[in-house]
Design a binder for this molecule. Structure first.
Ligand code: HEC
Length: 128
């Protein structure tokens, strides 16, 4: 007996349609937050110190409005501008980003290292 199958299909279609109308069925609202490790530190100890004393305050604080460390989704449109532009914005400031990222002693090479660290996707664990 096949009775009931047709209406069952229609029922499911209705639910799917409702989901589309209500939006957000089973999905989180707003910008999808990537699983990022806000405690992540650069592997290099000296770079980690600079990061902790400056960048981390904002770039590991979701309330700061800065692209978060390891959040490659947030960083990718910025990386599209080119590393030289990001370096220039780090040194001269860019909207909410203060000049030098409050790291007055950071060298250009260190800024590059810090940007590369923050913009690379968070790795849950060492993978081969
Ligand atoms: C006082 C808070 C604060 C600190 C400290 C800080 N940032 Fe930022 N940063 C921001 C905010 C906010 C933005 C987002 C600016 C925007 O797009 O409006 C940002 C954006 C950036 C960008 C992207 C710029 C672009 O062109 O899109 C880079 C690169 C960056 N920060 C690097 C750094 C580095 C490196 C450090 C540490 C040396 C640092 N930031 C420290 C707040 C901060």
């Amino acid at each position: 007996m096949q009775a009931g199958q047709g209406s069952g299909w229609r029922g499911r279609a209705m639910v799917l349609g409702l989901c589309a109308v209500l939006a957000g069925c089973g999905e989180e609202e707003g910008a999808p937050l990537q699983a990022v490790d806000l405690q992540a530190l650069p592997a290099d100890a000296a770079l980690a110190q600079l990061y902790i004393h400056s960048c981390q305050q904002c770039h590991a604080d979701p309330a700061a409005g800065a692209p978060l460390v390891g959040d490659s989704v947030a960083w990718s449109p910025r990386l599209d501008k080119g590393l030289d532009t990001l370096l220039e914005h780090s040194i001269n400031g860019f909207q909410g980003m203060p000049p030098m990222g409050l790291c007055m002693q950071c060298s250009e090479a260190e800024f590059r290292g810090l940007i590369a660290f923050m913009a690379s996707p968070a790795k849950p664990a060492e993978e081969d």
